[in-house]
Ligand binder design. Structure first.
Ligand code: C2E
Ligand code: CA
Ligand code: CA
Length: 698
């Protein structure tokens, strides 16, 4: 140890030694950085980084050795032989490169250890080749033990430096790896040199051209200068590439692939940025929610490519009408979000939203077909409606759903008037719109019985909605919402088909009554729809009864009469529902060809105590008798109710006394039990009515 210390301190020139140490430390840090960069990059440019790491690493080892040799105080050193000097450089660059190339896989320990050892061996090979290049006036005597120790130290420490860097074993792997690299080169070099004794002797100078100390020093500076310059330029290019790549990814993250406009995150980020910037001159921001009407239908009818084309074209049309401070983004699906700064109030926001609506309405062609659509638009205003970006978007959405329920193709601004109840209704309306596809709807059946014999005459189909988000929702709540949003037509059509197809499977020919809303009745295509359902399900028309309300008929009087006539031509029966709650009742009954009158349950609940209710019942019975239309009383809950009704001659009843509305499976079991009990008699199926398998025992 003492002799090693003496060797370093007394046998070397301190200034050149500082140069050697500095270039070693800097070189080691750069080398290890290049190596980890090579590990982290993709295969294509990995080789480039490995070559650079090998050149800087090898160059560092080599230059450290020769600068140390320049520092070595000896009068008998003549110079360095060119071929061996250059060979030592090539050897160490190759071994370093090879070592790194083998050790590059982070998870493969064997490869890392092997690679590290090769790098370590490379240091020793370089050292002794370099020593062989040195020509002196005399001879060299090597202490074998020192040579072996230097070799082992170089290999082990070099191997360790690569292992720690390659596997990133500690948080400080880069510093530790570089430090071990420094140690490997220094320990190897000085242990080796410590075992060397130069013996002066008068030799005949060979005629070999030697490199002088000055030339060697200059060569080292030029070589290392070139290597560092190359590394510097490469790193600059790399950083620029990394910036471009990150900018590209940032763009992708914030933009919609299909339309090229900002996506949900882009919109949200933009809105947040706008809100966090100080407000100028008291103006605000309009947050506009846009939902295309009928987009799903276009997708279904014309295919997804047409849908994509529509979305792209609409984005393009809207982008074209945007001015300064205005932005459009796609939130996903057929939902868009637009922003406008510099808003002074509702008028500005309205103008902006209407402008967007006009852009959306523009014709869009797909294979010569016009697939243009409309939109429902809602907006909310910062800072008036809310200061919170998320709230603003929610409020814009809420206003947009209002626009949808108002018959679509319109603009609605968020207002305080949209209170909680409204919000709840809007939410329900939104959920209801997807209740069919989510399988949340079902049909329950309530018995209708003969008031005297109590036998089943028919059932009424009643819609049930079990929302996955809201649980069971009562028909009194969701039917009016469906009527408001226009969903009632779809819902009614679904109930009709479901009820008819289930009724067609029943083993007894019980009639089924289905409720029909005013909107359905106003649709001239409704009779054809009923005809189609009967054909598809195989239900005999005589087994279907449609319940229409008086208010429903009055609101669409002229249309309804026509529709009802067509329905009757099909062989379907029509019942007047909720009788007594309307006003021009008599006139309605005279004008429309009904098959049944259903007195509203309102008048039955206190029939035995309330004179007014009793009067309604009596007058209805007179009317029914004179028109020869049977009367059914709804809401029959007690025996007292039934007694009064029987006394007044009411033929049919429906109510909790006979049963609450029940699921199809429960009804099927009940009918089976009645067959068992002999209440229905077997009947041979007739060709014209395949459902008429069993007939009620009279
Ligand atoms: P509605 O047509 O008058 O139907 C009869 C309602 O009275 C049912 O309420 C039934 O459960 C209830 N009810 C039956 N017996 C009694 C009783 O003894 N006491 C009392 N208090 N109530 C009784 P539900 O099922 O809640 O339906 C409410 C309304 O929703 C229906 O009144 C009908 O107007 C509407 N609705 C139900 N399903 C449909 C449908 O598929 N289409 C249309 N357009 N409307 C439907
Ligand atoms: Ca009804
Ligand atoms: Ca009713």
């Amino acid at each position: 140890m003492q002799s090693l210390f003496n060797c370093v301190v007394y046998q070397h020139d301190p200034i050149l030694l500082v140069w050697a140490v500095l270039s070693l430390v800097i070189g080691s840090v750069v080398t290890m950085r290049l190596f980890t960069r090579a590990q982290d990059t993709n295969k294509q440019i990995q080789t480039l980084w490995l070559i650079l790491a090998g050149m800087i690493g090898g160059g560092t080892i080599w230059s450290t050795h020769f600068v140390s040799m320049l520092a070595y105080k000896s009068d008998i050193i003549l110079g360095y032989e060119l071929t061996l000097t250059v060979s030592s450089l090539i050897i160490v660059i190759c071994t370093t490169m090879l070592g790194f190339a083998i050790a590059i896989r982070k998870a493969n320990t064997l490869r890392i250890v092997t690679g590290g050892a090769i790098l370590g061996v490379g240091i020793s090979l370089m050292h002794y080749t370099g020593m062989a290049a040195m020509k002196i006036q005399g001879g060299m005597q090597w202490d074998v033990a020192s040579v072996i120790v230097s070799f082992v130290l170089g290999t082990v420490t070099g191997g360790l430096s690569v292992s720690i860097t390659a596997r990133r074993l500690t948080k400080y792997f880069s510093a530790l790896g570089a430090a071990l690299f420094v140690a490997a080169v220094a320990l190897m070099h000085f242990t080796g040199m410590n075992g060397l004794t130069l013996v002066p002797a008068q030799l005949d100078a060979e005629a070999v051209k030697l490199i002088s100390n000055a030339t060697l020093g200059a060569g080292i500076v030029v070589l290392m200068g070139c290597l560092y310059l190359t590394t510097f330029i490469t790193s600059l290019i790399d950083m620029k590439n990394a910036d471009e790549t990150s900018a590209h990814y940032k763009y992708l993250a914030l933009h919609d692939q299909l339309t090229g406009i900002p996506n949900r995150y882009g919109c949200e980020k933009h809105l947040k940025d706008l809100i966090s910037a100080p407000l100028q001159d008291g103006t605000g921001i309009a947050v506009v929610g846009i939902d295309l009407d009928r987009f799903k239908r276009i997708n279904d009818v014309y295919g997804h490519f047409a849908g994509d084309h529509l979305l792209k074209t609409i984005s393009f049309h809207i982008s074209n009408i945007l001015g300064e401070g205005e932005l459009i983004g796609r939130f996903g699906g057929d939902e868009f979000l637009a922003l406008k700064t510099g808003i002074r109030g509702k008028d500005d926001a309205n103008e902006f939203a209407e402008r967007i609506l006009t852009a959306i309405r523009q014709p869009v062609l797909w294979n010569d077909a016009d697939i243009s659509t409309r939109a429902s638009i809602g907006y909310s205003l910062f800072p008036w409606d809310s200061l919170d970006p998320i709230k603003l978007m929610e409020n814009a959405d809420l206003a947009m759903y209002h626009a949808k329920s108002n018959g679509k193709d319109s603009v609605v601004g968020y207002g305080i008037a949209m209170n909680r109840a409204n919000k709840e209704r809007t939410t329900l309306g939104m959920l209801l719109a997807s209740a069919i596809e989510n399988n949340e709807l079902s049909v329950h059946y309530q018995l209708q019985n003969d008031a005297q014999t109590r036998k089943i005459t028919g059932v009424e189909a009643l819609a049930r909605w079990h929302s996955s988000a809201k649980g069971h929702v009562a028909p009194d709540v969701f039917i009016p919402i469906a009527e408001e949003t226009g969903f009632i037509n779809e819902l009614g059509a679904w109930v009709l088909r479901e009820a008819c197809s289930q009724a067609a499977q029943w083993t007894v020919p019980v009639k089924v009554a289905v409720n029909v809303s005013a909107k359905q009745l106003a649709d001239p295509g409704f009779p054809d729809q009923v005809k189609q359902v009967l054909e598809d399900t195989g239900l005999a028309p005589s087994r279907l009864e449609l319940e229409v309300t008086e208010t429903g008929i009055i609101s669409v009087a002229s249309l309804a009469l026509n529709v009802i006539r067509k329905l009757k031509e099909l062989g379907v029966q029509i019942a007047m529902d909720d009788y007594g709650t309307g006003y021009s009742t008599l006139a309605t009954l005279h004008n429309f060809p009904f098959d049944k009158i259903k007195i509203d349950r309102e008048f039955i609940k206190d029939i035995d105590t309330n004179a007014h209710s009793s009067a309604i019942l009596k007058s209805t019975m007179i009317l029914g008798n004179s028109l020869k239309i049977p009367v059914l009383a709804e809401g029959v809950e007690t025996e007292e109710h039934l007694n009064v009704l029987n006394k007044e001659g009411c033929q049919l009843v429906q109510g909790f006394l006979f049963g609450k509305p029940m699921a199809n499976a429960v009804l099927v079991d009940l009918l089976a039990a009645q067959i068992e009990a002999g209440l229905w008699e077997e009947q041979i199926p007739r060709k014209d009515n395949k459902n008429m398998a069993i007939r009620l025992v009279s």
